[in-house]
Design a protein around this ligand. Structure first.
Ligand SMILES: Nc1ncnc2c1ncn2[C@@H]1O[C@H](COP(=O)(O)OP(=O)(O)O)[C@@H](O)[C@H]1O
Ligand SMILES: O=C(O)C1=C[C@@H](OP(=O)(O)O)[C@@H](O)[C@H](O)C1
Ligand SMILES: [Mg+2]
Length: 172
């Protein structure tokens, strides 16, 4: 069975929904950010501080390449995983790609209390999220097999929607 790979911006719910979806389907769950942290032995803010964003992206590319080659697992990616063409190619060929779509307002609300996202350590995280989404939304769409709206929907409902939409997809 192919992987189910979840993409979308910070606060879309990739980590939360990925875990629930894997449980529902009795598949293994991998969160690329957690894999990066385990392999580095340090958390994401530390990696950004010490190695810079490009250092983090290099680690992310390595981890994604490996995860996409495995089979039958749910993979939650980080919001910037779609930036490098090599990653987009790995995700396209590694499984079905699910884009969790979210309004910037919801992203702001869902990320407000968490200190673990270095890109949002700024005076105006809302503007950063808006600017990032403008660049990244076309890239999420470029590789998505399905796009799921997550605003006004609790995680369990998002999972049910994903399952229904996966059933509708033609086999490839
Ligand atoms: N559909 C949803 N409705 C309400 N809150 C959500 C939803 N999905 C995720 N959340 C909450 O938003 C926060 C960020 O979710 P997370 O899974 O870490 O997002 P991501 O991995 O996409 O950055 C968490 O506190 C989570 O409980
Ligand atoms: O959007 C991004 O560039 C990032 C998103 C984060 O993951 P989440 O989308 O799970 O928050 C994490 O990979 C890192 O802080 C960078
Ligand atoms: Mg996450």
């Amino acid at each position: 069975m192919q992987n189910l790979i979840i993409v979308g911006p910070m606060g879309a719910g990739k980590s939360t929904i990925g875990r629930l979806l894997a449980k529902e389907l009795r598949l293994a769950f991998k969160d690329s950010d957690k894999e990066i942290e385990q392999r580095t032995g340090a958390n994401i803010p530390w990696i950004f501080d010490v190695e810079g964003e490009q250092g983090f992206r290099d680690r992310e590319q390595c981890v994604l390449a490996e995860l996409c080659l495995e089979q039958g697992q749910v993979v939650a990616t980080g919001g910037g995983a779609i930036l490098r063409p090599e990653n987009r190619q790995a995700m396209r060929t590694g499984g079905r790609v699910i884009y969790l779509h979210t309004s910037v307002e919801q992203q702001i609300a869902r990320t407000a209390r968490d200190r673990n996202r270095p890109l949002l350590r700024t005076a105006n995280p809302g503007q950063v999220l808006r600017d990032l989404l403008e660049i990244r939304d076309p890239l999420y769409r470029e590789i998505a097999d399905i796009i799921i709206e997550t605003d006004e929907r609790p995680p369990r409902m998002v999972v049910q929607e994903i399952l229904a939409r996966l059933d509708d997809l033609p086999h490839r």
